[in-house]
Design a protein around this ligand. Structure first.
Ligand code: ATP
Ligand code: MG
Length: 510
């Protein structure tokens, strides 16, 4: 209370001009309501001062970043060093679309972070821009199959996009025709040099277009039979003459989730389309996914293949140099920062995304330290932080049974048990399952789950020989206990079994 009084006073003093003005107003009014307003005003002023104190330091100096957005994954760079060859290959194939021919289908491969999506988007922007410039009807549709992962959704999304485009084109035509009709009515010459020889002909065309417009029906996101969705898409594409390039990014996710029917249907469309042509560009970081395709789909889709090799440390350095120029303040980076980010990311199979993440995170850590220079040590801390974030994400998305197995291992580690064996894990795992009414898997299955956790780098399981007692696995945790446990307990069902601790303890006392 005294605090409020004090600060009200000080604001009043500092801002006496303001107070006088308010005071005059308050003289004119009755009494308390205006006093309230006055008090509110002063308290607001007080709050303003407090927030200035809170954010001032952080805001005033921004010594590190010029434009952080440039380092985010969502940013599409206008320049892609070391991808000229791949970009030219794509362009050489797709240029047919600008000549009105059907480009070959293309399959793009490469490990994660090798610039596939960025290059494909760059080429697609250029293609559309050029098609507008020369007024050739060519359209590119980009679909991320990680998000749009069923045949229904892919076809529905495509259908609705082309329905929208058709509607927009018809509206534009109608505007033009309606004004032509008006001019034609007052002056017959207006129709000269048009394809219409009478106002009635214009009228007929207008009516036909209006009927078309009425006939379009957006595809709902669920509920129709798939062949109806396909027909909608087919009709929408074929409504006008054009070449359509469909980019299916993360195409392996679509095949994994819902088979190759979509690709089969899309790759056969050209046999039946009358006005338009469709070409497919598939992008994948899983080199093996074509093994699961119908041979006809596989050969059609892979007419042309373009490989994106991993970047080496020098190439990553160039990429980072380019991006850093725009994203960081003049001399915010000490000399060894970019080479170190590049070296770390080169070890991660040449992943440019990782390199950019490292650079951005290092900058953020320096910002938090309130220094004006990013240093080598910030990069090392960033590497640790990103690694921990990765672990958290992997653990968070584990299936429940794996989470239970991992939780059992964590409980044992926390009891100080060394060289944990499968039997010990299994005993605790069973009790945890009972605790939350989950199915109890066989010990054999649990052994498999432990191997999976090993492959994910979460635990380390080595097979050791116990001489004549046979062989067993010795298991230890490869990730930080506290953080991992916290992630597990944030799962609503596992969160309930926190009190199992004493019971685990009791088992060891026995
Ligand atoms: N040659 C390059 N120049 C500049 N930035 C690049 C380059 N290659 C990749 N990047 C950047 O690296 C990040 C990852 O690239 P991109 O998303 O294209 O990878 P990807 O090959 O599609 O990976 P994934 O298989 O995981 O989808 C993006 O932020 C992208 O802008
Ligand atoms: Mg990608």
């Amino acid at each position: 209370m005294t605090d409020t009084n004090d600060s009200t006073d000080s604001v009043g003093d500092a801002d006496s001009g303001q107070e006088e003005a308010d005071g005059t107003a308050s003289d004119g009014g009755a009494d308390s309501p205006l006093d309230d307003v006055l008090l509110d005003d002063i308290e607001d002023g007080d709050a303003d001062e407090a927030s200035q104190g809170l954010f001032d330091d952080l805001l005033s100096g921004q010594p590190i970043f010029e434009n952080k957005e440039v380092l985010r994954p969502s940013y599409t760079p206008r320049k892609l060093p070391h991808r000229e060859e791949q970009i030219n290959s794509m362009a050489t194939i797709l240029v047919s679309a600008l000549r009105g021919d059907t480009p070959s289908n293309i399959l793009i491969y490469g490990k994660t972070g090798t610039g596939k999506t960025a290059s494909a988007k760059f080429v697609s922007d250029e293609l559309e821009r050029t098609s507008q410039k020369y007024e050739v009807p060519c359209e590119v549709e980009y679909i991320n199959c990680e998000v749009t992962d069923t045949q229904y959704r892919v076809l529905a999304q495509l259908a609705n996009k082309f329905i929208d485009k058709n509607e927009a084109a018809i509206e534009a035509d109608l505007d033009r025709l309606r004004s032509l009709r008006e001019r034609g009515r007052t002056n017959a010459d207006a129709l000269a040099e048009t394809e219409y020889d009478s106002v009635e002909a214009v009228e007929d065309r207008i009516e036909a277009l209006e009927a078309d417009l009425d006939s379009f029906e957006d595809v709902p996101m669920t509920g129709w039979p798939t062949d109806r969705v396909y027909n909608s898409f087919f009709d929408a594409v074929d409504y006008r003459e054009r070449v359509v390039v469909i980019m299916l990014d993360e195409i392996d996710k679509l095949v994994e989730k819902s088979g190759d029917d979509t690709l089969y249907n899309l790759s056969r469309m050209n046999n039946e389309l009358e006005n338009s042509r469709v070409s497919i560009m598939g992008i994948s970081n899983d080199l093996k996914f074509t093994d699961f395709l119908d041979p006809r789909v596989k050969s059609s889709l892979g007419e042309e293949e373009i490989v994106f090799p991993p970047y080496d440390a020098n190439q990553l350095r160039d990429i980072l140099d380019h991006r850093a120029e725009v994203s960081f303040k003049g001399d915010a980076l000490s000399d060894d920062v970019i080479p170190l980010c590049a070296a770390f990311a080169a070890q991660e199979h040449g992943d440019a995304r990782r390199a950019l993440d490292l650079l951005r995170t290092a900058g953020e850590l320096a910002e938090r330290d309130q220094t004006d220079e990013v240093e080598e040590d910030h990069v090392r801390q960033a590497q640790e932080k990103i690694e921990l974030d990765r672990v958290v994400e992997v653990v968070r998305t584990l299936p429940q049974q794996s989470k239970l197995v991992l939780f059992a291992i964590i409980l044992l580690e926390k009891q100080g048990v060394h060289n944990i064996n499968t039997g010990e894990v299994y005993n605790i795992y069973k009790r945890l399952c009972q605790e939350i009414d989950a199915d109890v898997l066989t010990q054999r299955r649990v052994t498999d789950l432990i191997s999976e956790l090993d492959m994910l780098g979460i635990v380390n399981a080595v097979v050791v020989s116990k001489g004549r007692y046979g062989r067993t696995k010795e298991i230890s945790l490869s990730v930080p206990v506290e953080e991992t446990e916290a992630v597990l307990l944030s799962d609503s069902r596992l969160g309930d079994i926190e009190d199992v601790q004493p019971f685990v303890q009791a088992r060891f006392d026995n």
